[in-house]
Design a protein around this ligand. Sequence first.
Ligand SMILES: NC(=O)c1ccc[n+]([C@@H]2O[C@H](COP(=O)([O-])OP(=O)(O)OC[C@H]3O[C@@H](n4cnc5c(N)ncnc54)[C@H](OP(=O)(O)O)[C@@H]3O)[C@@H](O)[C@H]2O)c1
Length: 210
Amino acid sequence: MRIGIIGGTGALGKGLASRMIKTGFEVFIGSRKQDSAISAALSLGLKEENGGLNYDVASKCDLGIITVPFSSQTETLKGLIEPLKNKILIDATVPLIPPKVMRVQLPKEGCAALKAQMILDESTQVVSAFQNISAELLQSDAMIDCDVLVCGDKKAAREEVISLINKIGLTGWHAGPLCNSAAAEALTSILIAINKNHEIKHSGIKITGV
Ligand SMILES: NC(=O)c1ccc[n+]([C@@H]2O[C@H](COP(=O)([O-])OP(=O)(O)OC[C@H]3O[C@@H](n4cnc5c(N)ncnc54)[C@H](OP(=O)(O)O)[C@@H]3O)[C@@H](O)[C@H]2O)c1
């Protein structure tokens, strides 16, 4: 499976890419700038041709992942409607509005993932995941004891994303329809508050009672 990471030059994009590359997936790193994409691809041990403009990466991938700041989610997705048709797009966007990142501030659409689905074609299946996992941990070789909540309106699409998550050594959970992503996105502000108040670096979530 060819995975295209939109905004893959950033912290989360590189973290996810490194775990996926280790697992053997073919990963393409997207950016607004060709040079940045290529240097990020090379830094991950990929070939030059694995870095490209977001549009080209969205075109050649089988499954996309968007890892850009909330403030640029809309503009980025508006430019990718065509190449993302008939594909699954994993949205990791957390609607953080600096400086009050410890405060839950969901958008009027309900959450960032719903906003993404409203922008994209109906043939694109948005599935949200990875909002509660530290990019720094993903970039390291550490074992990650954090689960991943997976929200999406189609069970088959969630299943595909959970399978990908499990293959990279994490545990993904069916967390219901896309609107439930509001809870996963909101949890990130809670985790940031826990990190700050308890002086820990990478708090995460774990499903118990299994
Ligand atoms: N960092 C974490 O630990 C973490 C964890 C879970 C979820 N998240 C969420 O994942 C998303 C990405 O987080 P991040 O920390 O990886 O972000 P980041 O490093 O700040 O940015 C990621 C990439 O987004 C692109 N970008 C920045 N500004 C842009 C703009 N105005 N228009 C289009 N593209 C722009 C940049 O790529 P180019 O300049 O190369 O185009 C950048 O490398 C965010 O929504 C965040 O809330 C982050």
